[in-house]
Design a protein around this ligand. Structure first.
Ligand code: CMP
Length: 678
């Protein structure tokens, strides 16, 4: 088959399919039916517009089913060409035609499965024109459905790419599977039976048999009624269509919607079975001619309106189904007894299945919360088993609550299942608030930020927890996402406090020495830690960032009266230190001035101790002028800027709404004016 001859894929300007993508279009004289290929030169007559449109309807379009099956539009185009080659008016299972046909069949099936049992059980005029018309119409459509099924390609469960499009194979497959069930449920057996009987009656009709004939006619009608019940086998089609739709459309919905959809389907199925059972409860006594001890006679419903009869019958069926009772009265005769038993067994089984399914679905809806509860329960049991003291238990529970916030995820496992790029994107997104709040990141190279954040580990500390102990060997540093920590010196004095956006624990990693101070959590602290290995790897690739960190560390050491040269012995460290100091002092004076002025805006948060030693978080607003002068000081100094120095200075010189929210210095470098470390 030469595809080049068969068709050309061509995107027309405004030729947009139902789902918003370009439709494949054939060039003039290129339509091929029956796989013969088009003859260039216009040997074949031009296909009619209607035929063209109809064949386009039979082609796969980029609906959800097709996208799920073929994955890409390119593959879809290939499939269209393949389908065209198959020809013979084959309908593709992913075509618009099949979609709308299935939709219509779904409505018709539901209508049939609800109306049929009611009409058979509660209406006696089986031969009324309306009823015959309804039956004939629906039977005809269901017969057409069989024909359509013979012309619809078959999707193979395991091999999605290979939709069977060969008519012979389709027919073979359909004949082997659902054909007979579909045929039996579509053929009007009752009417065939009645016509056949009428014909026989005419032949051997004689006056002497008239009375006998009347009785026989009634029996025949009842038999026809029973035969019409065969139509209920259409349920198999409903189950098939619904499960196919569920698979394609519901599974790709959001979790919530899909769960509710499935529960809705389950409830509908249960109600349908209750409905059928109710109709059966009435049909059997009706066929028996309402014996005096049947439930219909006991309830005196023989002559009531059909709605009243149906309501009692449905009530009875639902009572059996939900194992609540027998309806109004328990069964009095053997037929009722058996009917009740059948309805109880089938109903209760369905109900049990429904409960099981619904519980499963609801449980899967909030699995993270369930897992959290399970974990917490285990922790509680463990604490009881180990007989931990009450105070420790409270702290553990508090930690658990604060760390997981009611939901438990195996984040490592989830992220491990993603591709590297996706994992990085997710981590970057998760850390966006940290990156925004840490000035060290906010002004840094995006590559550096991305490398650091992908290596961060989330940790939570409770108030009073010692995060770092002075004199120990450190193996990680921390970034504060939220919370306040105290830097405690060896004499027990609090040197300073750091809050959201600051970092600490870096000196030890830079110097390979012991921790220079203790760090204690003052409030609940959400921190991100960076291990020493990752710290070194990242800083080795970004030496400028190391220099910045070293300068800040030296200044910090200076402030707590330790030798700053342990951080680095490079010559320009003193200069860098001076620059940082200048910035810090400028900042502190700005902070102090604004504090006097009563400025309360939210640019930066800084910790101060009041006269009574109480700590409070002050929010200081630095207007653009102040920031500008600090920026200029930095630009003049030798301190390397994490990003482009020029950009930084420029952006500060030219106030823009953007840099209003971007602190240009590190919060951890803000010191209290009244605290002297020397
Ligand atoms: P490290 O020595 O690893 O452990 C204690 C940490 O406290 C230290 O790193 C610094 O990050 C931090 N630190 C020490 N002194 C100060 C200070 N004066 N201001 C802010 N942070 C400090």
């Amino acid at each position: 088959m030469n595809f080049r001859d068969v068709s050309k894929v061509h995107f027309g300007g405004d030729d947009v399919s139902l789902y918003g993508t370009p439709k494949e279009e054939l060039g003039p004289g290129q339509l091929c039916v029956g796989g013969s290929g088009a003859q260039p030169g216009g040997a074949e007559p031009k296909p009619s517009f209607l035929k063209n449109q109809l064949q386009a309807l039979f082609q796969p379009t980029d609906n959800k089913l097709a996208m799920k099956l073929f994955g890409s539009k390119k593959a879809l185009m290939k499939e269209r060409i393949r389908q065209k080659a198959a020809g013979h008016w084959i309908i593709h299972p992913c075509s618009n035609f099949r979609f709308y046909w299935d939709l219509c069949m779904l409505f018709l099936l539901v209508a049939n499965l609800i109306i049929l049992p009611v009409a058979i059980s509660f209406f006696n005029d089986d031969l009324s024109t309306r009823w015959i018309a309804f039956n004939c119409l629906s039977d005809t459509i269901f017969l057409i459905d069989i024909v359509v099924n013979f012309r619809t390609g078959i999707m193979q469960q395991d091999n999605s790419e290979q939709v069977i499009l060969d008519p012979k194979l389709i027919a073979k497959h359909y004949l082997k599977t659902w054909f007979f069930l579909d045929l039996i449920s579509s053929v009007p057996l009752d009417y065939i039976f009645l016509i056949f009987n009428q014909y026989r009656d005419k032949e051997d009709f004689s006056e002497s048999f008239q009375i006998l004939h009347a009785g026989r006619a009634l029996r025949i009608l009842r038999l026809a009624k029973l035969l019409s019940l065969v139509r209920l086998l259409r349920l198999s089609r409903l189950v098939r269509y619904v499960s196919q739709w569920e698979e394609v459309y519901v599974s790709s919905f959001l979790n919530m919607a899909s769960v509710f959809m499935r529960i809705f389907n389950l409830i509908s199925m249960m109600l349908l079975i209750g409905h059928w059972s109710g109709c059966l409860q009435f049909l059997v006594p009706m066929l028996q001619g309402f014996p005096s001890n049947s439930w219909v006679a006991i309830n005196e419903l023989q002559k009531s309106h059909w709605l009243e009869q149906y309501s009692w019958a449905f009530f009875k069926a639902m009572s059996h189904m939900l194992c609540i009772g027998y309806g109004r009265f328990p069964p009095q005769n053997l037929t009722d007894l058996w009917l009740t038993m059948i309805s109880m067994i089938s109903g209760a089984t369905c109900y049990a299945l429904f409960i099981g399914h619904a519980t499963n679905l609801i449980q899967s809806l909030d699995s993270s919360r369930r897992q959290y509860r399970e974990r917490l329960k285990q922790v509680e049991e463990y604490m009881a088993y180990r007989k931990l003291p009450r105070e420790l238990r409270t702290r553990i529970t508090e930690y658990f609550e604060h760390r997981y916030q009611g939901k438990f995820f195996d984040e490592e496992m989830i992220l491990g299942e993603l591709s590297e790029k996706l994992r990085e994107d997710v981590i970057n997104y998760n850390c966006r608030s940290l990156v925004a709040s840490v000035p060290f990141f906010a002004n840094a190279d995006p590559g550096f930020v991305s490398e650091v954040v992908t290596k961060l580990k989330y940790e939570v500390f409770l108030p009073g927890d010692i995060i770092i102990k002075e004199g120990t060997i450190g193996n990680k540093m921390f970034f504060i996402q939220e919370g306040i920590v105290d830097i405690v010196m060896s004499n027990g004095e609090v040197a300073t406090s750091l809050s959201d956006g600051s970092y600490f624990g870096e000196i030890c990693l830079l110097t390979n020495a012991r921790r220079t101070a203790s760090v204690r959590a003052e409030t609940y602290c959400n921190l991100f830690s960076l291990s020493v290995e990752h710290f070194n790897t990242v800083l080795d690739s970004y030496p400028l960032m190391r220099r910045t960190m070293e300068s800040v560390a030296a200044e910090r050491l200076n402030k707590i009266g330790k030798n700053p040269s342990i951080v680095s012995n490079r010559e320009d460290l003193t200069n860098d230190c001076k620059t940082v100091n200048a910035i810090v002092n400028a900042l502190a004076s700005v902070a102090a001035t604004e504090q006097c002025d009563g400025g309360t805006s939210s640019e930066e948060s800084m910790m101060t101790h009041d006269a009574h030693g109480h700590k409070s978080r002050h929010h200081h607003h630095h207007n653009l002028l102040d920031l500008g002068s600090i920026g200029k000081a930095l630009a003049k100094g030798h301190l390397p800027r994490p990003k482009s120095e020029n950009n930084f200075a420029l952006s500060l010189d030219q106030p823009s709404p953007l840099n209003r929210n971007r602190p240009s210095f590190h919060k951890s470098d803000t010191f209290h004016k009244d605290t002297s470390f020397q």
